[in-house]
Design a protein around this ligand. Structure first.
Ligand code: NAD
Length: 470
């Protein structure tokens, strides 16, 4: 007899059902309805309404999945999604407009334009850490571009997944927008289908599975992955402001469970103790003397991730390096903001993405040495630098390869919709946000218009010597 857990994990959506669903969506897309401005705008409007009318339920679902503080849910998930919808609605007509392109002497006389066309039926697979925003933000781009969409939220944030399925089912046009809940089995059934684009947010191991499945159908992928985001800290800075901005990017973003949260700090040996003191002071003022009780910190998502994080902390060569925090409470899946100093490069904590409230500080002889250290590893999703030194800023921007860079702050590039958001190398491929979301789900079709006059005979056979000399 199946246990309760097996009962929940049984495949409720198999490949046959997935195939039937894709066929229905393809028929809907084929009818042309999703291409019209009116359909796109009405669906974007509905997404905005979902967010506006159901704010309290969204906050509650995020509290249930992650104990996410209401402020973070509101600013980092609900507010961001609303802004995305508003921007897309405001810009949609101009994004959809064909773009005039210059022609060349070879095609004279002619005119040319770039026409953005929807790709077709797209799949969006999202992650648990920002389960509302990371599910719907790509959906905004897919709809704005005129596609039919299937969203597969993360099973590790079950309350948000259930809420998304319910709300999108109630509000959106079900002939073209669907939500399929589930875990590996359901995602596998979905990945067996032919899609016109797959957008996946999550870890690189599954990213490889997604890309391999997509390759069978030559389906393009947008992979939003992770990595170890470094923060380089120079001396001679406003230490209080820098510490606050590091803290809010780390612990103020889902308690470090964010893809662009600082993973570790790189600074000089002399400056490290000064920085540690400043961070401790600000941490105390933000979260109090007993941060395990703080309502302003998310919990760890589940016991597997709790065990993974405590293993990083308990490794022999690391456990003696804690200079702040380290407290934990397994019954509530909470780990206090923890700072470690001088952890060895070969420790587990320096080998894998931390994705939690632990912040190791690695020391270097000269601050510039940090750049080589960053470039010697996998390319991060984001890298940060705190400095007042113009030369160092220039060197950082020129030499460090990462999905995005921020100087004298952390994580805020995410909130600039005129910037593409995405990784490079191991941290992903492709980008979205703002107009880049529209482009990520569009094909830019090259179109040349000609008339019948001015038909130069030079391009036609016979290819005489005289024609070559022209
Ligand atoms: P997760 O466990 O929620 O997995 C993501 C999705 O993959 C889920 O929908 C899940 O059902 C699916 N999945 C899991 N295993 C699968 C399998 N074997 N086959 C098919 N599908 C499968 O999330 P996660 O991977 O733990 O997310 C954390 C990672 O995501 C971190 O590396 C983080 O940096 C990265 N991330 C990146 C971004 C970004 O925007 N670049 C945002 C958030 C998280």
């Amino acid at each position: 007899m199946a246990t309760a857990t097996e009962e929940v994990r049984r495949v409720v959506f198999d490949s046959r059902e997935a195939s039937a669903m894709v066929e229905e969506l393809r028929a809907s897309f084929g009818s042309g309805k999703t291409r019209s401005y009116e359909w796109r705008a009405s669906q974007l409007n509905k997404l905005e309404k979902v967010t506006e009318y159901h704010e309290a339920e969204i906050i509650e679902a995020l509290r249930s999945d992650l104990s996410k503080p209401e402020f973070e849910s509101f600013v980092q998930e609900i507010g961001m999604l609303k802004s995305s919808c508003k921007l897309a609605l405001r810009q949609l007509k101009s994004w959809m407009k064909p773009e005039k392109a210059k022609t060349s002497i070879t095609t004279f006389p002619s005119s040319a334009e770039i026409v953005s066309e929807p790709l077709g039926v797209v799949l969006i697979i999202s992650a648990w850490n920002y389960p509302f925003l990371l599910s719907l933000d790509p959906v905004v781009g897919a709809i704005a571009a005129g596609n039919a969409v299937v969203l597969k939220p993360s099973e590790l944030a079950p309350a948000t997944s259930k809420l998304l399925a319910r709300l999108l089912g109630e509000y959106m046009d079900s002939s073209s927008v669907r939500v399929i809940e589930g875990g590996v089995a359901e995602t596998t059934a979905l990945l067996e289908q032919k899609w016109d684009k797959i957008c996946y947010t999550g870890n690189g191991r599954v990213g490889r599975i997604v890309m391999a499945s997509a390759a069978k159908h030559l389906t393009p992928v947008l992979l939003e992955l992770g990595g170890k985001c470094p923060v380089v800290v120079d001396s001679g800075i406003n230490l209080q402001v820098a510490s606050r901005r590091i803290i809010v990017g780390k612990w103020g973003c889902n308690n470090g469970q964010a893809c662009i949260s600082p993973d570790h700090i790189l600074t000089t040996k002399d400056f490290a103790p000064i920085l540690v003191d400043a961070l401790k002071q600000e941490l105390d003022s933000f979260y109090g003397k007993n941060p395990l009780q703080s309502k302003d910190l998310s919990r760890i998502v589940n016991s597997n991730h709790y065990a993974r994080l405590t293993k990083l902390l308990d490794e022999d060569k690391v456990s003696g390096k804690i200079v702040h925090g380290g407290e934990r409470d397994i019954s509530n899946l909470r780990i206090a903001p923890t700072i470690l100093l001088d952890v060895p490069q070969d420790s587990l904590i320096m080998q894998e993405e931390i994705f939690g409230p632990l912040l190791p500080i690695v020391t270097v002889d000269k601050v510039e040495d940090s750049f080589d250290l960053i470039n010697s590893g996998s390319k991060p999703l984001a890298a940060y630098l705190f400095t007042n030194d113009k030369k160092l800023k220039d060197q950082f921007v020129r030499s460090v390869s990462a999905g995005g860079l921020v100087i004298n702050d952390t994580t805020i590039h995410l909130a600039v919709p005129s910037l593409p958001f995405g990784g490079v190398g191991e941290s992903g491929m492709g980008a979205y946000h703002g107009k880049f979301s529209f482009e990520a789900f569009s094909h830019k079709k090259a179109v040349v218009y000609r008339g019948f006059s001015g038909d130069a005979s030079v391009r036609y056979p016979p290819y005489t010597k005289g024609k070559l000399s022209l």
